[in-house]
Design a protein around this ligand. Structure first.
Ligand code: DC
Length: 223
């Protein structure tokens, strides 16, 4: 278990992390971990329980108390690690505008980040991982040799969000993710930076997979 491999994929919002992380996990036969979903789950939980998400102490207390389990489930042939709350994965609820608005507050609380780091590291029990987030290469698995940072121009990322029917101020989101004191979004030392403004996800994931297949230990991944 100690020798399981972690591919860390960090980057800005709408930089293609989820799509490409899933393609890479499928391509290699690794377990996919969406750490943003974990922060979103805590934000949803706080909203459910009437916890004021702008009150760091209250959010920290809720995170200490909530009853969660990690599970590894197969979705359309892709193994995914999930954080369940009292046995439930709030798949739809974590994507609502209300949860999206609450999550940056929750993600800025140092006690929450400590808890998330420990929980995300525990995912290694499920096998080799492709883990996407904002601080995976800098903070959660800084020791991994397989770090990537995805980015695209603000105009391109805003267009992608709009195409998904989401009207979001990404410049403000970038600022909040990069300027928070606890584990801000940064390019990890040794990360390979891919700007995919002019690339399709097939092209981006091919870059990632070609690089990984050339460097990963033989026999650790699907050919
Ligand atoms: O990737 P996403 O949009 O689902 O992330 C939701 C929020 O959680 C976003 O505000 C950034 C934050 N986040 C974080 O701070 N650290 C992570 N490892 C993953 C997400």
């Amino acid at each position: 278990m100690k020798h399981n491999i972690v591919v860390a994929i960090d980057g800005t919002s709408a930089s293609g992390k989820s799509t490409n992380s899933k393609l890479v996990a499928r391509g290699l036969g690794f377990v996919y971990v969406d750490t943003g979903a974990m922060y979103r789950t805590l934000a949803w939980y706080c909203l459910q329980k009437g916890v004021d998400v702008s009150a760091a102490k209250a959010v920290g207390a809720a995170c200490r108390k909530w009853k969660t389990q990690l599970a590894c489930v197969e979705v359309d042939g892709l193994r995914c690690a999930r954080l369940l709350v009292e046995g439930y994965f709030p798949e739809k609820e974590i994507r609502t505008p209300e949860t999206a608005a609450a999550v940056p507050h929750v993600a800025a609380v140092p006690k929450v980040r400590d808890w998330m780091k420990k929980t995300q590291r525990d995912c290694i029990q499920f096998g080799h991982l492709v883990m996407e987030g904002r601080d995976i290469g800098t903070n959660v698995f800084p020791e991994t040799d397989y770090k990537f940072y995805l980015d695209a121009t603000l105009a391109e990322r805003s267009a992608r969000r709009a195409a998904d029917g989401v009207n979001e101020n990404l410049a403000a989101r970038d600022r909040r993710d990069s300027e928070r004191a606890a584990a801000p979004l940064m390019i990890a030392l040794g990360a390979r930076v891919i700007n995919n403004s002019n690339l399709t996800s097939a092209e981006t994931s091919k870059l990632l997979l070609d690089d990984l297949r050339a460097r990963l230990p033989a026999g650790s991944f699907l050919q």
